[in-house]
Design a protein around this ligand. Structure first.
Ligand code: KG4
Ligand code: ZN
Length: 340
């Protein structure tokens, strides 16, 4: 049904988000309240503060998304909500809001995996994007390389063994004492523009491993060591050297993943979808453009506001599930913090 309309709700981490999306790929209305400022001073997401902020924001966010769509609850055909993975106490806020909405307005309910939302959003924006495609999820919380094989079928090729790449950017920003009003990643990227990326010989993680796993903890510790011991350091040089290794590491593992795809069946995978906050990084984007052109693959990078957590990706994942004939019974479900 092309005119199916779904309300999507997302509260798995530090963004309270909702959107009303139609099955032809149109975002009719969306709203998001970010908690970045609340957590910034603590150096990471504080679960209890996050839960309270979600609880305070959720009704207004849903109302605003509906308002922007010029719709009443009655106009919505179904509700999709993230039920994992994420912070349980946060997930429950969205889950309960969705349950209540469905009960009050007698609407069908569908549960969505947050990571699937990130993966399939590109299909909302590019309706001709065919399965299978490679997905690179790079944010403060996620760092994974997957193949989306078909609707609901994913192969995890690799992921971080410790920190996510965005987390490494954030920690580097803090070690360098940067003002991170706009987030640690952009601050490090900006500073790196004026630095010498070869000033420090930082260790390339897992260079000799032939798999697609990633690791950023060692790099972070190397940065910490320099920041703490090198009195004559130039922060620009550290930022540039960090960024060179952080991105080279990801690109190296992506090449391994792409080669694996080609070896398994040449020409079967032809596109790479990139999402998560780190996808905003210009240096990364240009490296991705190069590697995709080497392999003659298409590179798909959604606009930043759809790369980060949002309601539209959950609504769209819900639409795809409903169109496969899937609905869930919220009475039989619970939220799950771990859901690969
Ligand atoms: O997807 P996102 O908004 O939130 C979650 O992590 O869920 O991603 C935020 C992450 C932060 O770690 C931030 O530092 C990073 O993405 N980031 C960047 C850039 N912009 C945001 N990292 C590197 N370069 C950037 N330009
Ligand atoms: Zn996310």
């Amino acid at each position: 049904k092309k005119d199916l309309v779904v309300l999507g709700i997302e509260t798995s981490c530090d963004d309270t988000a909702a959107a009303v999306v139609r099955a032809d790929g149109t975002v009719l209305g969306d709203s998001v309240v970010s908690q970045h400022e609340i957590h910034q001073q603590w150096g990471g997401v504080v679960p209890n503060l996050a839960k309270e902020a979600h609880a305070a924001a959720i009704d207004g966010v849903v109302e605003k998304a509906l308002q922007k769509a010029e719709m009443n609850p009655e106009h919505v055909d179904a509700v999709a909500v993230t039920t994992g993975p994420g912070l349980e106490i946060c997930l429950r806020i969205g889950f309960n809001a969705a349950k209540e909405f469905c009960k009050a307005h007698r609407k069908p309910f569908v549960a969505v995996n947050h990571l699937e939302g990130h993966c399939v959003l590109a299909r909302m924006l590019h309706r001709d994007l065919e399965y299978p495609f490679l997905v690179v999820l790079v944010s403060g919380g996620h760092c994974q390389i997957l193949v989306a094989e078909g609707e609901g079928i994913y192969a995890l090729l690799g992921g971080t063994l410790d920190d996510a790449i965005g987390e490494a950017y954030d920690k580097t920003a803090r070690l360098l004492g940067l003002q991170v009003g706009g987030g640690g990643g952009p601050a490090v990227e900006q500073l790196a523009l004026n630095g010498d990326e070869n000033a420090y010989d930082l260790p390339m993680p897992m260079r000799d491993k032939k798999n697609c796993n990633l690791s950023y903890a060692g790099l972070k510790n190397a940065v910490r060591l320099i920041a703490e011991t090198d009195a004559g350091r130039r922060s620009e040089d550290i930022a540039a050297s960090f960024q060179r290794v952080a991105i080279d590491h990801l690109i190296q593992k992506l090449r391994t993943a792409m080669k694996w795809c080609e070896a398994r069946q040449p020409g079967r995978v032809r596109s790479m979808v990139v999402c998560g906050g780190v996808a905003a990084n210009q240096r990364l984007r240009s490296r991705l453009t190069d590697v995709c052109s080497d392999f003659e693959w298409k590179l798909v990078v959604p606009p930043p506001r759809l790369c980060t957590d949002n309601g539209a990706m959950i609504a769209w994942a819900g639409i795809e599930r409903i169109q496969r004939g899937i609905l869930d019974n919220p009475q039989l479900l619970e939220v799950v913090s771990r859901w690969p």
